[in-house]
Design a protein around this ligand. Sequence first.
Ligand code: GLN
Length: 559
Amino acid sequence: MPTESDTHYDPSLGNKFIFVTGGVMSGLGKGITAASTGRLLKNAGFDVTAVKIDPYLNVDAGTMNPYQHGEVYVLEDGGEVDLDLGNYERFLDIDMTSDHNITTGKTYQHVIEKERAGDYLGKTVQIIPHITDDIKRRIREAAEGTDVCIIEVGGTVGDIEGMPYLEALRQFAHEEPAENVLFTHVTLVPYSKNGEQKTKPTQHSVKEVRSIGLQPDVIVGRCDDRLDRQTKEKIALFCDIPTEAVFSNPDVDDVYQVPLMVEEEGLDQYVLEHFGLADDALPEGERTNDWREIVTTDKTGTVDIALVGKYDLEDAYMSIHESLKHAGFEVGIDVDVHWVAADDLSNGHDGQLESVDGIIVPGGFGMRGSEGKIEAVRYARENDIPFLGLCLGFQMAVVEYARNVLGLDGAHSAEMDEDTPHPVIDILPEQYEVDDMGGTMRLGEHTTVIEPQTLAYDLYGDTSCSERHRHRFEVNPGYFDRFEDEPLVFSGTAGNRMEILELETHPFFLGTQFHPEYTSRPGQPSPPFLGLVEAVLEHSGAHSATDGTDADTETEVTH
Ligand code: GLN
């Protein structure tokens, strides 16, 4: 909230709530639209937070396959949540908690536990009011202490599992003063064959929203281009809102451009006026403008980084992609990420690594692709290619070194090979008795002590760092002495736990047991990622963006 000296906002007016629903189809990027609006409100001086509602029955995203919902994002408090929370953290520059991800699993579990405890004695426990009350309570609690809370409902209006949430939002709006609530509906505006923007899908989805008792205040049309005036007028007329409340959200090259576009469309100003906050916002000239400066940095070239993973899906490694972009903003280059199937490398196809400037082996679970990941580490180590290993990538670097340098034949992680003669990576002692899969790993933020005069120290510029974790296995203490007097050193530790490794004889070879990608932000790139990109620039320089080396990268950006 702007301080008293720069605004006259009266906090007794209470929180403002922006509800965001989606129509026509999922995957329209309503999260990015919402986060972008939030970013602009933050630039205008307000404290903004967000809640993501996932109507699935899972308690959290921790047990989900990345092919279903993309990466599992890890919060400071150890919450394993939907990747949209990553977008909110990056766009709003906030640290969220598990309470900011509401799922059907969480709500029902809580209500059923209360029922078993006898809290509802005598009553019939029902979706309305018990589940809906719990949903409203969670939203109010998550919003506490902030000015504006954005609540995004996952999925599409009309989904059966989303119904209790929409009913809860209807009640919520009924209970709050009208000027404290704004409903935004994000929908698709496709083109017909003859190039006309079609509003019928929007009309139908708004009809669906209204049948539940919700009336959108704002409609955002996702389209290849900006919406024509005529399209906006048509949507306004048939959906019963002013034309000024219909906004475009056209495709852009990069999600970080969306706040700039939302600003051009005037969505933030419309929201401020709806809430009666326009006079409380910082004047235009005094608003933070660093976002624009960061994301529009001139790029002098391109570097190519291989991401050796299991899933051929950008969303499965979203935070890594974003961290590389943040590092790229900092040094003024584009980072092209080339997904390389770890499986292919295990079949001896390491030619795919010849054309890249740097290699990342990301986190992961299970046997599939592990030999390929080890092969990628070997290639990077032997050929002086800048290398970053994250979590499983760190573990595979230890395995590779044990096998190929220390001569420990058959060394492996006990996760992949229970019978390995050399389990250099082994289960965490506290995991011996753990059977349940959900929320049971070593999770969340832990502090790592960093050895001075090391690469890790240079990168973090400190004798400690706090990063987020998600693992069940670690370097086996029984093998620590084998690494003594080796150029591979563990430069970061947490008690008896190895957290960072580096290779003194290599231009840039770093592995982290933690996941630095979850704390990287535009303007505050994660040190290991920045280090990698800088090392790549030093090692092979940037290519001109037009020399064709980026031919097979993911250039199509959707949000
Ligand atoms: N599978 C490994 C472990 O559980 C690594 C986990 C990860 O990469 N997030 O320790």
